[in-house]
Design a protein around this ligand. Sequence first.
Ligand code: SAH
Length: 490
Amino acid sequence: MERSERGKVHLVGAGPGDPELVTLKAKRLIEEAEVVLFDRLLSPEILGWAPEDAEKIDVGKLPGRHKLSQEEINALLVEKGLEGKRVVRLKGGDPYVFGRGGEEGLALAGAGVPFEVVPGVTSAISVPAGAGIPVTHRGITTAFTVVTGHEEPGKDENLDWKALAKVGGTLVVLMGVARLQENASALLEGGRSPGTPAALIERGWSPEERLVVGTLGDIVERAKEADVKSPAILVVGDVVSLSEKLRPATIAILRPDNRGDESERIARDLGFRPILAPSIAFWKLPLPNDLLERIRMADCVVFTSATGAEIALRDAELADLLGRSVLATIGPRTKDALVERGLSVAVVPDSFSSKGLAEALAPRFKHVLLLRSAKGSAELVAILEEAGVEVDEVHLYDIAPSHDPRLDWLILRGRPDVFAFTSGSTAKNLIERAKELSAEADLRERLARAKVAAIGPPTRAELERLGVRVDIVPETYTFESMLEEIRRKG
Ligand code: SAH
């Protein structure tokens, strides 16, 4: 076969999982690739950069076949290279750090196929960093050692773990889970103190990152408790204790997915690491035929959530009429959702609560229409009626359990520092789903250990009714204020 000039194989590092931690060169090469060979990657997004018509080969599992052996992968790379293709061989982290990239390079060199390595951000340094652990730190250690915890069976050279114990400094162990117990014991036998801080970081730089901190003496037990699974990195050394200060607090956000991006941005801006786990979902209800008439009859139309506002404004006729109506909201976020779409809001109470709204509305309006969720609290209606206001109500949407896999992950494996609740229903469904997954007791334990924040008094009341202690309720009932308050309370 003729070899075209442009045929070349790139051994490309894909970084530790976050697509933004891929080098510019790697991204360009993936975008230009004709063939991409990959195995397990933490982010499917990276593979999505390849052209649609590129041949994508999962060498971890080919259809109807088992994992390819290293020899088969080498042969495939040579074959595709000789065909004159632009080939990208994607590897997690850096290709030459426990990635067998060197072996692939040797095979390509041996066959005379041009190739180039594109280094990647190795997990050995970046995964500890992401968990708030600098591998070196002035005054603590000037050295770090990176080893594999799981040597290839049949390899001649054996790592001397007892000698490793004497090196001191930071020890980073890749593939650290399977032989954790043996390796930890060997380090202890070699003289490393059982009190030495140790940490396991699972799936670093992914939304499922988990950190388990302990000491060399108890890390095995803690890993068992937390059920740590591969891929994970073990770090041993005094630098581990810096994570307490350097790692961003992780915050589980349970609000529905349509608020996900916004919540994620706010959380990151305030220095948190968000874990999105929508607990509930919305669905739009059919609008009643006489809705326009009922709006015309009302002196004031009240929205109680940004979601309600968004749903209503999707209907052009409705949006037009609302644009000519007197509008009120309980809080500023709902107001923003209306204002962003060109409407003006006449009333927002000073305190963003049902009571505040009733006080603001009662002196001015006789007949109020609520456009809100079918699960809205009866309290608002009662307070308004008590204040002498006639209340009409239309349900724009209903709320249901989310059935989101991210919620199940949170319930079964998540260990956030903070749980943030934006409504009673997010709390209720969390506990209900945990019951369904037979994980209630365990979840309650993690809730008890974490900080629990509620956006306002009704959410707090529901959490307390569910038997969950609430640590933080902001003075202003918005998501942002809740996070600011969590920040302040440290
Ligand atoms: N070439 C890769 C390492 C390959 S060995 C690199 O430079 O990062 C595979 C091991 O790397 C896993 O068993 C695990 O110990 C570690 N690893 C890779 N990515 C990881 C991640 N995102 N989180 C935790 N460990 C990771």
